[in-house]
Design a protein around this ligand. Structure first.
Ligand SMILES: Nc1ncnc2c1ncn2[C@@H]1O[C@H](COP(=O)(O)OP(=O)(O)OP(=O)(O)O)[C@@H](O)[C@H]1O
Length: 480
């Protein structure tokens, strides 16, 4: 479900408010979930301190109490501390989910530093970085993903060739793509008028249907929710332009697009075996064995390498996560959901593009969140988090776990430094995996999720390293 997160900092404290499309509100002070009264009191304290939050949280409708505004600052600081200590753990087990959203620039930075940047160095695990990690009191209970506003332009370049209008124009009629010529009537028929029985999934932007075309081909149809039409026009157009150019076995193929009247539909290759997340959750029958997990990781690395290096223009996916990895019957992985994808820098002297922060909490590159500078290394970061997920089975943020275990990256890094990698392996996977192989996997995951992008390998090297790890694994499995 879609979650919106607003966040504001004042001195060294921060408050945040998230609400989902299901109408659920959550309030946070310094990373802890609190009730609305406590949240409103903290806001008043902010106002008393001269921090500008009134407009920002107008939507929460806190009643401002004048006597509170006159509170001495020292007392206020103590109160803020008390408020955040009275945190109420969330009862539900909702995984950290979903897409994107809106956060103030200051907030983005804070959430990043407080939550997603355990200060470690990927290559060498040092006692000092370990200590910082262990000491870090912040725990991210929050649920959302976000979008931080800044200049959202790809710098203009004389080298950029505009896409061919015949292939990519957003005409109100059927946009013809090479592979499929469909009109709205045909798609309506193929989905039995968007019948609930053919629904296969629901994402932040719309519902996905399985459809059988007249020629017998089975496809997936993503139908945008009407309430998202305005924001979707750009999301959809970006997905189309990028997907249409792509043909790789580890990337979901776009077959067609319809933008007509009240409908916005994407028709893609149907990938029949669910998402990686569903498999990790044991919702798809047999639990993935280690070799399958390695192959899935290699497939994803190949798909991303293609986007970063070999596509006609460099493409940054921006939303690499386990629910965007679809599996075939033979357990090959395909990266899906290019709704956030962006073209990378187009000039050779450009290192990054400046853009809004988009993605999913837990997978978001902290450097990108701080600087708004997007590079392919942001996908590498998300891939590192995904790799941890693949081996541990855990989501990037596990709301049900204790504070020490909640952020998978931090938990895994601590265990890794303690030499307890075996404890990190998904308990559902019964196989005993060679310790050296596990160390190499975690080493690679931490390298990818290094806080500074220059410390991360590129996707091509990641694929090569995974390939070598797989060779080691097969050798070790033969020995046993
Ligand atoms: N090409 C496809 N083939 C088979 N199933 C698909 C396909 N595309 C999507 N699905 C199914 O539909 C679900 C919803 O997909 P969608 O991309 O809309 O949302 P999401 O990625 O889960 O969420 P969000 O887009 O909000 O991050 C997926 O989880 C998957 O189960």
């Amino acid at each position: 479900s879609e979650v919106v997160l607003q966040s504001r900092d004042c001195d060294s404290d921060w408050v945040a408010h998230s609400y989902s499309s299901h109408g659920q509100d959550l309030f946070y002070i310094n990373g802890n979930v609190v009730n609305k009264v406590a949240f409103c009191e903290a806001l008043q304290l902010y106002i008393a301190k001269g921090c500008d939050v009134k407009d920002y949280f107008g939507s929460v409708k806190c009643v401002v109490d004048d006597s509170f505004v006159n509170l001495p600052l020292k007392a206020g600081r103590k109160l803020l501390k008390d408020l955040s200590n009275e945190s109420t753990p969330r009862g539900d087990s909702n995984p950290v989910s979903s897409k994107v959203v809106v956060i103030g620039a200051g907030g983005a930075l804070l959430v990043c530093c407080a939550v997603l940047c355990p200060c470690f160095y990927a290559k060498r695990r040092k006692a000092t970085s370990h200590a910082v990690l262990a000491k870090d009191p912040n725990s991210m209970d929050s649920v959302s993903s976000f979008e931080a506003s800044t200049n959202d332009k790809i710098p203009a370049s004389p080298l950029r060739v505009p896409p061919s209008p015949s292939r990519f124009s957003m005409s109100p009629k059927l946009t013809r793509l090479k592979s499929l010529h469909l009109n709205l009537n045909q798609v309506t028929r193929a989905t039995q008028n968007f019948s609930e029985t053919l629904q296969i999934g629901e994402g932040g932007f719309g519902t996905v249907y399985k459809a059988k075309l007249e020629d017998g081909r089975v496809v997936a149809v993503k139908r945008a929710k009407k309430e998202h039409f305005d924001s979707l026009r750009t999301e959809f157009s970006s997905e189309i332009e990028l997907l249409a150019k792509i043909d790789h076995r580890n990337l979901v193929k776009l077959l067609g697009y319809i933008d007509k009247g009240n409908e916005r539909l994407l028709i893609t290759e149907f990938v029949p075996n669910g998402t990686l997340r569903e498999h990790l959750d044991g919702m798809r029958g047999k639990i993935l064995d280690f070799n399958q997990r390695l192959e899935i990781a290699i497939d994803v690395a190949h798909g991303l390498t293609y986007l970063h290096l070999y596509a006609e223009k460099q493409i940054i996916h921006r939303d690499v996560k386990s629910s965007n990895i679809l599996l075939t019957e033979s357990m090959r992985a395909k990266v899906a959901d290019f709704g956030f994808a962006r073209l990378g820098p187009v000039n050779t002297d450009q290192t990054h593009i400046s853009t809004k922060v988009k993605g999913t909490v837990g997978y978001l590159d902290p450097e990108y969140m701080k600087t708004y500078q997007l590079t392919p290394k942001s996908d590498v970061y998300s891939f590192g988090i995904l790799l941890l997920e693949i081996v541990t089975g855990r989501r990037p943020v596990e709301l049900k776990k204790t504070v020490e275990e909640r952020v998978t990256l931090r938990w895994a890094f601590r265990k890794y430094n303690e030499g307890s990698v075996v404890e990190l392996v998904d308990p559902l996977m019964e196989e005993a995996v060679n310790g050296d192989v596990l160390m190499k996997m975690f080493d690679l995951a931490f390298q990818c999720a290094a806080p500074i992008r220059t410390d991360r390998p590129d996707m091509k090297s990641v694929g090569e390293q995974l390939w070598a790890i797989r060779a080691d694994y097969l050798k070790s499995a033969r020995r046993e």
